[in-house]
Design a protein around this ligand. Structure first.
Ligand SMILES: NC(=O)c1ccc[n+]([C@@H]2O[C@H](COP(=O)([O-])OP(=O)(O)OC[C@H]3O[C@@H](n4cnc5c(N)ncnc54)[C@H](O)[C@@H]3O)[C@@H](O)[C@H]2O)c1
Length: 315
């Protein structure tokens, strides 16, 4: 099996590449990444030395280059993690999100169709929009509320349409908030750790009661590989943990791990388009035999310790 993992030098993609190489000794992996500010080949660490792994710098919107790769390496499956991923950036400037998250996915779908290969698209719980209670299953309507989630939802719809219209073997996953070491510093947990290291208050937007569901990154990689192997064309799977926390609870847990109390929290104005709660019904992927193996508390300790050792408080 030859896998092309796009966006594989990012946070979640790099874990997936390393996990596949460990689990599947007979598989080959080609990682393609544009190496934007969020991508870094060092995240791939031991995979860079593996003879079954090739790294290529490239852009998923470059159809000609993508096609050359698929044809040259006789790729069997494209797993697409590549995206612009930071909601705040999408509010500042949506253009790169439209280009990579929509046009890029369209480019990959065209190639999957032309070469008759499978594609797995990594999407997000944010496409379902805010739900105050209950859980969104895979049939829930899309109600994205910010440019990032709208771009991801658009890609999901293109995937659905390419399956319905052309019969492309495309599968999608919607993941909750993923966390662990190697995440870009702009994201919630590393950002909190850096503020604490600098001796600064933690900002908490609005009333701090927005709820997110958190899953450790290695458990996510396990779920994606399982879905890749067990799913059928057109399938959709939610990947969630049921570990729901308000942003205030999350900040308190990070502060606790760094020996600080809640007085370090400072309330600030709410963010634009800040959804109240996401909640995934992940029973479908659990029916395949998956469940998280790393508890939320253990995962958070690992992540906080990792960032506390590495982040530079002077920046
Ligand atoms: N992190 C989360 O909590 C979360 C939750 C649900 C879904 N997702 C989705 O999972 C995927 C991976 O997220 P992540 O947290 O690892 O993001 P990330 O920002 O860490 O990584 C994204 C990677 O994509 C690369 N990239 C960006 N534009 C590209 C392009 N045009 N061509 C090729 N590569 C490009 C970047 O260089 C980077 O390496 C994304 O599709 C994201 O929408 C993330």
């Amino acid at each position: 099996m030859k896998l092309l993992v796009t966006g594989g030098a990012g946070f979640m993609g790099s874990y997936f590449v390393k996990y596949v190489l460990r689990q599947k000794p007979e598989w080959e992996v080609i990682t393609l990444d544009k190496l934007t500010y969020a991508g870094d080949t060092s995240k791939l660490d031991q995979a860079l030395e593996d003879p079954r792994h090739t790294f290529i710098e490239g852009d998923i919107t470059d159809g000609q280059h993508m096609e050359e790769i698929v044809s040259h390496y006789s790729v069997d499956v494209i797993v697409n993690f590549a995206a612009e991923t930071h909601v705040d950036n999408s509010i500042e400037e949506a253009d790169p999100f439209i280009r990579t998250n929509i046009t890029g996915v369209h480019t990959l779908l065209e190639i999957a169709n032309k070469y008759g290969i499978r594609m797995l698209q990594i999407s997000t719980d944010e496409v379902y929009g805010s739900i105050e209670e209950g859980y969104s299953d895979e049939r829930a309507a899309f109600r994205p509320n910010n440019p990032y989630s709208a771009s991801k939802a658009s890609a999901d719809l293109l995937c659905r349409a390419y399956y319905q219209t052309y019969g492309v073997d495309v599968v999608r996953t919607h993941s909750c908030n993923i966390f662990g070491p190697y995440q870009h510093e702009e994201k919630f947990i590393p950002k909190c750790v850096r503020h604490i290291l600098k001796g600064e208050h933690l900002q908490l937007h609005g009333d701090g009661l927005n709820v997110r569901e958190w899953l450790y990154v290695e458990d996510h990689a396990r779920a994606v590989l399982l879905v890749l192997e067990e799913s059928e064309a057109g399938d959709v799977y939610n990947i969630g943990s049921y570990d729901e926390l308000t942003n205030r609870e999350m900040e308190i847990k990070i502060l606790e791990r760094m020996g600080k109390d809640p007085s370090w929290i400072q309330y600030t104005e709410d963010r634009q388009g800040n959804d109240r709660r996401y909640g995934l019904d992940s029973s479908k992927v659990r029916d395949l035999g998956w469940e998280p193996q790393i508890s939320f508390e253990e995962g958070l300790t690992r992540a906080v310790n990792w960032y506390a050792e590495r982040l530079n408080p002077k920046r």
